[in-house]
Design a protein around this ligand. Structure first.
Ligand SMILES: *Cc1c(COP(=O)(O)O)cnc(C)c1O
Length: 220
């Protein structure tokens, strides 16, 4: 019988195992438990097992469940991992401790404004459209240096680069490419790797892995 605490221990053990050959400290990898679509009772066992960093992809859904959970656990860190509309910037800044999908100038402007207004600077990852897929969000690879320069002109702390590789293909080359783009542009954080490929991502330098299914089971 597998429960959430067992699965959390397994994922943490897997991260520690691949850190060894990569000569990395497991503490250099932040596990983001992606709780989208899962309700508070499903999240509680992970909180009980000590997990404190969670990821949500929709502002409204996160607003519905996290304020109450946070009252019991003030040390919760909440990451916005999904596409963000500019008109949700103020709500996102109020709710989240980190944003992973900063990918265009209009959103940058909206977030910078919202953060100034709130007096709160929320670290952001710049999402890169690493597979150059027209239907996907993310800054284009060719546009990245210019966009990073624009981000650096604001007060927003640049947390790193983030990507979601194309589905149904080997992710490793895309992770390696994101790591190279980060190094080329003087960026240190790397948000990459999900349930199916987080170990590969850690071996290739991920500092943040976003894991849902492997912790919570399949989404309904
Ligand atoms: C849902 C989601 C994840 C987690 O995916 P799993 O395969 O369930 O681990 C990670 N990153 C993003 C951006 C997501 O939307």
């Amino acid at each position: 019988m597998e429960n959430a605490a067992t699965r959390l221990a397994e994922v943490n053990a897997n991260i520690a195992r691949v850190c060894k050959p990569a000569r990395r400290e497991p503490s250099s990898v932040t596990l983001i438990a992606v709780s989208k679509t899962h309700d508070a009772p499903a999240i509680q066992p992970l909180l009980g097992a000590g997990q404190r960093v969670f990821g949500e992809n929709r502002v409204q859904e996160a607003q519905g469940k996290w304020p109450a959970l946070r009252e019991a656990h003030p040390d919760i860190e909440l990451h916005c991992i999904g596409q963000l509309q500019s008109n949700k910037a103020e709500e996102a800044v109020a709710l989240f401790d980190c944003i992973h999908a900063l990918d265009r100038p209009s959103l940058l402007t909206a977030l910078a404004r919202a953060m100034d207004k709130a007096g709160k600077q929320v670290p952001c990852f710049v999402q890169v459209n690493i597979g150059d897929e027209p239907q996907k969000g993310g800054c284009g690879i060719a546009d990245l240096p210019k966009f990073l320069a624009e981000v650096r002109q604001t007060a927003i702390p640049l947390a790193g680069l983030m990507c979601i590789p194309p589905a149904d293909t080997e992710a490793a080359p895309f992770f390696a490419f994101l790591a190279k783009l980060a190094a080329d542009n003087g960026v240190t954080g790397l948000s990459m790797g999900m349930s199916g490929d987080y170990e590969t991502a850690v071996m290739l330098g991920a500092t943040h892995v976003r894991v849902g299914t492997a912790l919570f089971g399949a989404r309904g």
